[in-house]
Design a protein around this ligand. Structure first.
Ligand SMILES: [Cu+2]
Length: 447
């Protein structure tokens, strides 16, 4: 594992008034249909009160000076129209994670566009076909740029959203912070991390705060949206003292059911939506606890005000399913099979892989900063893995032949998971699947 293991400890929660105020991202609709706006990634400072280290003033890269970046909120069917204005000292791009976009708008250089140079701009515009909880992030040297803070939430409201009293958005990240309170730049692209479970941080934040206290009122019904923007960390969440209903995963509806004793697991890039009835008593505090690859402990808390909700109670009423996004179903009978095998990493069995036009041994691959391979090729996105005509359905057997968990994410479309480790499963549409070490799955999608 990584050299620095972190265990969350139960720490006292700092709940200063200003901290509470900014902890909850109760989300207004900021952008309207076809409203044009500019987003500028630039170097910035991020203040975090670390409950162990104290005041941190981190050097980050941020969209419009904020981490997470500004909340983009639309209604289903709206047109997103955003110009990326690069204020960074290096090229960048903007990827819309989980959204069904035209290929040219996907923001994945060099495949779908060129990198946007410093001082240049690129305009992204497309229709928002699907409602749900999504996010945007850089797709250029993401291991560096995303770690530095270049990500933000994107919400597309249903035409008829479920009735709730309030809404909470939780953006989960983990930062590698040095004892002196700086962001560890040495760890960006560190080969040891890279060959293991990825860069796992020492400080877990929710909305860029360490264990924020989220104000709630007894008796209210809350929609909770969770986005895991960490680059490698896997979080399993428990809302202590509450029994939320999961209503969506990766932006797509799931049959609502109470979580019971189940934990909601989110790999990197994944999202989950919940309906949470505030069944706690006034003046009490309940932890939101996370189990991760490096430890467990509270990451935030629900802090009840002294009163109770006034007016008609939604809490306790049945939770209805969200409206379908009507994504096209894969046609399994006529699907082509495109297998994807992941190899490499520390303690793996990969002897060699193709890179730069020839077969290289593992040591030579490491010298070229390549430790992972897809189907025997250690690539860098220069050439497509497969070409598929529009309208074609694909079945993709996935094999994680490594000792490490991997989240695999499809751009531009959601998939159905058909099998996990040989067993048939029935799941809703997802855009990201997390495979544990040596696990396999089969997914299917319509192109
Ligand atoms: Cu994506």
């Amino acid at each position: 594992m990584t050299s620095k293991r972190t265990t969350f400890t139960r720490r006292h929660v700092l709940a200063g008034a200003s901290l509470v105020a900014s902890a909850t991202m109760i989300a207004p609709r900021l952008a309207g249909a076809a409203e044009q706006r500019v987003i500028r990634p630039q170097p910035a400072k991020l203040a975090i009160v670390d409950t162990q280290i104290g005041d941190l003033d981190l050097d980050v890269w941020a969209y419009d000076g904020q981490v997470p970046g500004p909340l983009l909120r639309y209604r289903q069917g709206d047109i997103l129209d955003i110009t990326l204005d690069n204020g960074l000292p290096e090229p960048t791009s903007l990827h819309w994670h989980g959204l069904r976009v035209p290929n040219a708008m996907d923001g994945a250089p060099p495949l779908t566009q060129n990198d946007v140079s410093p001082g240049s701009a690129f305009r992204y515009t497309f229709e928002l076909k699907d409602a749900g909880t999504y996010w945007y992030h850089t797709h250029t040297r993401g291991w560096n740029q995303q770690d530095r803070g270049l990500y933000g939430p994107l919400i597309v409201d249903e035409m008829e959203p479920p009735e709730v009293d309030s809404e909470v958005l939780l953006v989960l990240d983990d930062w590698m912070v040095e004892p002196d309170g700086t962001v560890s730049e040495d760890r960006f692209g560190n080969m040891h991390d890279w060959a293991h479970a990825g860069r796992l941080g020492s400080l877990v934040t929710v909305n860029s705060q360490d264990q924020p206290s989220l104000p709630v009122t007894a008796g209210e019904r809350i929609r909770v949206r969770v986005i895991n923007v960490a680059n490698a960390q896997i979080f399993s969440l428990v809302f202590e003292g509450h029994d939320p209903w999961m209503i969506a995963r990766d932006g797509d509806p799931v049959d609502p059911k109470p979580m019971g004793s189940e934990r909601a697991t989110l790999g990197p890039g994944q999202r989950a939506d919940f309906i949470l009835d505030a069944t706690g008593a006034p003046d009490t505090t309940h932890d939101i606890k996370a189990y991760s690859l490096t430890g467990e402990g509270p990451i935030a808390s629900l802090s009840y005000a002294s009163g109770t909700k006034v007016g008609p109670a939604l809490a306790g009423k049945p939770v209805s399913p969200l409206p379908s996004n009507n994504r096209p179903e894969p046609d399994l009978a006529n699907a082509v099979r495109i297998p994807l095998k992941l190899e490499g990493g520390a303690m793996g069995r990969m002897q060699s892989a193709r890179f730069d036009g020839r077969e290289m041994g593992f040591r030579e691959l490491i010298a070229n900063r390549k430790v992972w391979a897809f189907n025997g090729a250690a690539g860098d996105m220069q050439a497509p893995m497969a070409r598929v005509p529009t309208g074609q359905s694909v079945i993709m057997p996935l094999e994680n032949a490594t000792r490490w968990p991997h989240s695999i994410h499809l751009h531009g479309m959601h998939f159905r998971t058909l099998k996990r480790n040989g067993a048939t499963v029935e799941e809703g549409f997802r855009d990201t699947i997390t495979l544990g070490p040596m696990e396999n799955a089969e997914i299917a999608f319509f192109c």
